[in-house]
Structure formats: structure tokens, C-alpha cells
Ligand binder design. Structure first.
Ligand SMILES: Cc1cc2nc3c(=O)[nH]c(=O)nc-3n(C[C@H](O)[C@H](O)[C@H](O)COP(=O)(O)O)c2cc1C
Ligand code: SF4
Length: 511
């Protein structure tokens, strides 16, 4: 009987050589006349261990990593196919402390089975949520989503059930479910990992939402930078049609974005799907009332939709039993930047920044002290050490002057120049602005100029006061959150790291 060896085919694993390692394992097994069956999976999220090789043994799956092609012969020599010890061995995956402490509600199947095996999907509880949804009826489905406390994982944290109810109540000849897989936030990769690692979960989630609101079309909008995810999703849709999960009565198509951050904003995304320039629409009307091609449309982030099958299968109360306050369930936190153990960790809301960065992440990769942590993507706040005990949940983050966003957490060591980070935030906004409103289009460029003047020591006090004014204006008067939230990284850098904004002339005089 052949031994099953599991390896991720995820883009992050492939980028550090997983495909070459898989070939090396296959060739070495053939050379030694050993029968093995290599199953390419999604990633477990333990990215610092990739390429990770797991071997199925009587005791469970035993992990080896990070494996290079040159390590493969020695793994065979050591008897890794029986789970034997080796310098790269980590024991059973389920016993790894960083894996055991997670609550993998959405990522339960990712890294476990072949993403494109419909049988594996069914055998691991797939479609039970959709079956239960159909049995209970649309209104009860929305009640279940409401009981789960599910909030949008795309950034705004808006309660999903309210959107679903609004779209359900809207009368129209056609309704849409649109999946936002634009994932533009720096340091985030959870959407890509679910698409590559468990695409049927997404299809099931869209089908549940469509059933609840009465939609007959789904669109998955994926950024062009995710070619593997696009390929996996398209293949999964083909299989779903073959398995009659999709049909002429309800079908889903993939649309590929051309690469603009603002096209992740829900109304710009709709414009883009309609073939127009990605520019933000004024609201109201809300997309749930008048969205894609003017029809009622639910737009959700991948993680929001991917939570629905679990909620419907296990019940809203079970999902809501995790988390804290009004932040229920789990969040797949993505830890990146200058950190030793970067990766994806799905944890209940409420874990603190410190726990995530130090207990889980192991501190900086450079070995230097952590100076700042940016939470929530490029529009999120920079947190100093004094705020590292802030719990990662929607309300606590807001109270501390930040936001949770899509769960991206980026770590910086003490070599970071926070004035340069603030300048970058304005510059990013200037480059990515859709140009529709003045505070964002013009304000971002004036912001770059102001930071340059401040750091050059030109009329420092006057320009600091002007920057403060500009941040207030952009917050209050921008049409969407790109201009409206750029003040968050800039303002937090100014507030918590003022020493980095002293003029260069003043600094060199002091030195
Ligand atoms: C500039 C900008 C970019 C955004 N990018 C994304 C994105 O890449 N993915 C995403 O899901 N939401 C993004 N959003 C949020 C969406 O507008 C919207 O709130 C979200 O897709 C709704 O889904 P949810 O209810 O599941 O959170 C962005 C918002 C703004 C203002
Ligand atoms: S804030 Fe910026 S991105 Fe948003 S609508 Fe205005 S110009 Fe466009």
C-alpha cells in the first residue's frame, strides 16, 4: 500500500520551492522503488515551515519542514515515511503548539485535503450547511446568520444578517451575490489561501447566501495577481457544474480585476465588473438595494462567505460561542512583515497584539526589538509597544484608535522610520485614489509635501498644525474609506512616534 505524503500547492509554499520539493520526493521514491501518493493541498498557514511535508502514519500526520530538494534523500534514509525522527521533524501536526491553539472554523479543511477533490469535500462535512439551509428555509437561514453574530471580514465589520435581510426584502427580477476577492491590503493573504485551499467552501457559501436572498447569479472578483487562485476557483466551478451544485438556474463566474486597490471598495468593484473604470459610487443606494447592473446585490469578503457553511452546518450559537463582546467567532489573522513565524493563524477574536506578535510570531525575524505593529492593512493604525495589550476585536481596536480591517498584522523592528511610513500612507493614497473627491485626490498629494517639509524642518510647528487640519478634513469629507482612513496610519505615526518627525536639521544638530 502506498504511503500518503501531503504537500501544499499554495502560492506561498510554491514561492519557496514546494513544487521542486514535491518533484524531488516523487523522483526519490521512484528511484528507491517505494510506493507513495503525493497529495497537493492548501497550506496549513505555518508559512515559516514551508515547504512543509506531512506523512500519514498510524499516529497521525507527521510534519517535516522547511524541506529543500537537497534534504529529500536524507529524509528517506531516516525513514520519514514511517514518521521517523529527523533534524527537520516537528512531530504530529495536530500537536504543534501553534496549530493546537487555533480555532480553525473557516480553515478547518485547508491543508488537510486535496482542494479539488469533491469527494474529500463531502467526506469532511462539505455541503451539510447548504443542505440544512435548504431544509430550514430562507428566513431561518438569515436568523442563523444573525445568531452567529457574523460581521463582514472585508474591513467594515458590518453585520452580515442585516445586509442579507435588506437584499431578501428587495423586489427584483434578478439578484446577485458578489464575492470580493480583491484582497488589496498589504500583509493579507487569507482570501487567497481559502480560494486555493478550499474552493468548494466558497461555492457552498455563495450558494447559501444566494438561497437566502433569492439570487440566481454569483460573481467572484479576484485580483489578477492571484493566478493560482483564479485557476483553482475556475476548476472548482467546472466540477461544481458537473456535480450539479451549479446549473443554469444558479451559476457563478470568475471575473479578474486589473489591479487597483480602490477596486476592492464594493461600489468601485461593481463598476469594474460592469466594464467601467473603477470609481467609487455615492451611497445610497446601497448595493443590497441597487448593486450590480442596478440589481440587489450582496457583496461580501471571501472570509465572510466562507464562514457561512460552518455556521449553517453547526448552528449560529456554536459559532457565536467563540470570540468576545460583539466580535463573535474566529478571525484568520495574517502575520507578516519583520516577524520570525509569519503565517495565518485562525483564532477567536480577543487575542492581544502582544500574544500574536510574540507568543505566536516569536518576535522579529531580525532579532531586534519590535517598535511598531500596523493592524488592518495600509489604512490601519501603527501601534506602539504601550498598546500591545489591546485585544484584537472590532471594538477594542476602535477604542485604541485603530481598526481590525481584514486581519492583517505587520511587524516592524526598531529600524523603522515612522515619518517615512506616514509619507508612504499619503503616497499610497495619492497613487490609488479613484479621483472622485477632492480631499483624497488633492489632500493626499498635499500630505506628502507636508511630511517632506516637516521632516526637513521647514516651519515645523506651522506644518504640523496644517497636517492636523488636513487629517481632519480627509477623515470628515472623503467619499470612501481610502481617503477617509489614510489619516489613521499618518495620525497614529505622528501621535505615537513624534520623535521620528523632528526635522533632519534639528536631529543632526542634536547628534
Ligand atoms: C479602498 C477600499 C478597498 C477595499 N478593499 C477591499 C478588499 O480588497 N476586499 C474586501 O473584501 N473588502 C474591501 N473593502 C471593503 C469593501 O468596500 C466592502 O466593505 C466589503 O467587501 C464588504 O464585505 P464584508 O461585508 O464581507 O466585509 C475595501 C474598501 C475600501 C474603501
Ligand atoms: S476617497 Fe479617494 S478613492 Fe474614495 S471616492 Fe474619494 S477620491 Fe475616490
Amino acid at each position: 500500500m502506498s504511503v500518503r505524503v501531503f504537500m501544499s500547492a499554495d502560492a506561498a509554499a510554491a514561492s519557496v520551492g514546494a513544487d521542486a520539493v514535491a518533484r524531488a520526493v516523487s523522483n526519490e521514491a521512484a528511484r528507491r522503488g517505494v510506493a507513495i501518493d503525493i497529495v497537493r493541498t492548501g497550506s496549513r498557514g505555518l508559512l515559516w515551515l514551508e515547504p512543509l511535508v506531512e506523512v500519514e502514519t498510524a499516529q497521525g500526520r507527521v510534519a517535516y519542514g522547511p524541506v529543500r530538494p537537497g534534504d529529500v534523500a536524507s529524509l528517506f534514509d531516516a525513514g520519514f515515511l514511517n514518521g521517523a525522527p529527523h533534524a527537520l521533524a516537528h512531530g504530529r501536526v495536530d500537536d504543534l503548539p501553534l496549530f493546537a491553539r487555533q480555532r480553525r472554523l473557516t480553515f478547518a479543511r485547508v491543508g488537510v485535503c486535496d482542494p479539488l477533490s469533491f469527494n474529500d469535500y463531502l467526506e469532511t462535512g462539505g455541503l451539510r450547511g447548504l443542505d440544512r439551509a435548504r431544509a430550514m428555509g430562507a428566513d431561518a437561514v438569515i436568523e442563523e446568520i444573525s445568531a452567529s453574530g457574523l460581521r463582514g471580514r472585508g474591513g467594515a465589520g458590518f453585520p452580515a444578517a442585516i445586509k442579507w435581510r435588506t437584499a431578501r426584502d428587495a423586489q427584483a427580477s434578478r439578484k446577485y451575490v458578489v464575492l470580493n476577492a480583491d484582497e488589496g491590503d498589504s500583509g493579507t493573504f487569507a482570501d487567497r489561501m481559502v480560494m486555493e485551499g478550499d474552493p468548494f467552501l466558497i461555492i457552498e457559501g455563495i450558494a447559501i447566501c444566494a438561497f437566502a436572498i433569492g439570487a440566481d447569479r454569483g460573481v467572484i472578483y479576484i485580483r489578477s495577481e492571484y493566478p493560482r487562485a483564479i485557476g483553482v476557483m475556475n476548476e472548482a466551478l467546472r466540477i461544481a457544474r458537473r456535480e450539479k451544485l451549479l446549473s443554469a438556474a444558479f451559476d457563478i463566474e470568475v471575473r479578474v480585476g486589473a489591479g487597483a486597490y480602490v477596486c476592492g471598495e464594493e461600489t468601485a468593484l461593481l463598476e469594474s465588473i460592469e466594464g467601467k473604470r473603477g470609481q467609487v459610487r455615492a451611497k445610497p443606494p446601497l448595493p443590497a438595494v441597487q448593486g450590480l447592473f442596478g440589481k440587489p446585490t450582496i457583496i461580501h469578503n471571501v472570509l465572510t462567505i466562507a464562514a457561512a457553511p460552518t455556521i449553517l452546518r453547526d448552528g449560529g450559537a456554536a459559532y457565536a460561542s467563540h470570540g468576545m463582546g460583539r466580535s463573535r467567532g474566529s478571525m484568520p489573522f495574517q502575520l507578516a512583515g519583520n516577524v520570525k513565524r509569519g503565517g495565518l493563524y485562525e483564532l477567536p477574536f480577543g487575542v492581544t497584539i502582544r500574544e500574536l506578535v510574540f507568543d505566536i510570531g516569536g518576535g522579529t525575524a531580525s532579532g531586534r526589538p519590535v517598535r511598531a505593529v500596523q493592524v488592518g492593512g495600509p489604512l490601519g493604525a501603527y501601534f506602539p509597544e504601550s498598546l500591545f495589550d489591546t485585544p484584537l476585536d472590532y471594538e477594542s481596536m476602535a477604542q485604541a484608535g485603530g481598526l481590525l480591517g481584514h486581519g492583517g498584522v505587520v511587524v516592524f523592528d526598531d529600524t523603522v522610520d515612522m515619518a517615512a511610513q506616514a509619507r508612504f500612507a499619503f503616497e499610497f493614497c495619492a497613487v490609488e485614489s479613484c479621483g472622485k473627491c477632492t480631499p483624497c485626490r488633492i489632500g493626499s498629494t498635499r500630505g506628502v509635501e507636508l511630511i517632506d517639509k516637516i521632516t526637513a524642518g521647514v516651519e515645523r510647528e506651522k506644518n504640523l498644525a496644517l497636517a492636523d487640519d488636513l487629517l481632519t478634513l480627509m477623515t470628515d469629507a472623503s467619499l470612501c474609506a481610502l481617503g477617509g482612513l489614510t489619516p489613521m496610519p499618518v495620525g497614529s505615526a505622528l501621535k505615537h512616534f513624534p520623535e521620528d518627525f523632528t526635522g533632519r536639521a534639528m536631529r543632526s544638530a542634536a547628534e
